[in-house]
Ligand binder design. Sequence first.
Ligand SMILES: *Cc1c(COP(=O)(O)O)cnc(C)c1O
Length: 371
Amino acid sequence: MLTPYKTATAVIDLKALVYNYRTIKSLAPQSQILAVLKANAYGHGLELIAQALVSEEAKADAFGVARIEEALALRAAGIVAPIVLLEGFFSPEDLPILAVNNLHTVVHNQTQLNAINDAELDEPLTVWLKVDTGMHRLGVEPKLFNDFYQNLQLSNNVKNDIVIMSHLGCADDVSNNRTQVQYELFEQLISSLTPNEPVKRSLANSAAICAFANTHYDWVRPGLMLYGVNPLLPKSSTQPLDLKSVMTLYSSLIEIRNIKAGESVGYGASWVSEKDTTIGVVAIGYGDGYPRHASNGTPVLINNRKVPLVGRVSMDMITVDLGLDSKESIGDLVTLWGKGLPVSEIAEYSTTISYELLCNITRRVRIELTE
Ligand SMILES: *Cc1c(COP(=O)(O)O)cnc(C)c1O
């Protein structure tokens, strides 16, 4: 039996995390896995998630983060696996820190290349060279790619095992042919490298791991699916994926009241009941990271049934329509997302994506482990 949680609590299931890691391994058996832990491991707790992924059951090959602070927090927590800064370094002063801490860096522009060439380092760096194959966010232009590669290869500050990477913009939509176009350009660029030597390659995020096996290459870079969330758009999710929710967000009912047809609930009186009903008040709100834009009808799970959110989301509370013959009591446990209620469903009702909901969990939310 679950303990009734009095306030917003994210329960983290590390067995589910390892399970998802194994699913990724079975989908991409030839690839090494760079587990993406940016933004506090998508809200799940950076150190907690990293430690579970270096355990005997998973043994992640490397980690990916977005900021040097995230990488150093992992080192402080005793993580010795390689860590890649997915957007590279932002200041030349970072370079000695990278060298000392064995942090690998993406290089995606001339400024970074110059800084590496100008640096005086005790140890050479491991570099992931990022090329823009069509997303047009980060990455060197295809026509400059070969020059960048050769320049890095000649640098005394760079180790000789450069990984070539690119990022896919539309892999969550299996019917979008941009993924194929990006893939073909990536292939062409790799084969154009002079000297023509075998380099390590990396292209796939979670969606591509699931839907585009040709993009797996030497390193896959799963983020979202590690946390048990289907990375494909609903229209692309034709087959169920073997993933388990890692985070389940709970709170509890703190008030139950009857209202009459025609009465409104919450700020702005924006929702008016069409019938006599029972309203439940749940102790969670946008101050905990529950999306303020969740619309009326967003499902909430109470005693194994889905009830609709009604009225505006407040900072500390939401209101739900329990119906006239409800059997709920104050203190009953409420699931906002996770086991039994996929976070992607809540994202759709809030016109956002699962990524944003997970990493927007605030400091007020208690993080606990499943027993
Ligand atoms: C965040 C990120 C990923 C992981 O993306 P998911 O969609 O969460 O799997 C992979 N690669 C790069 C470069 C990223 O920034």
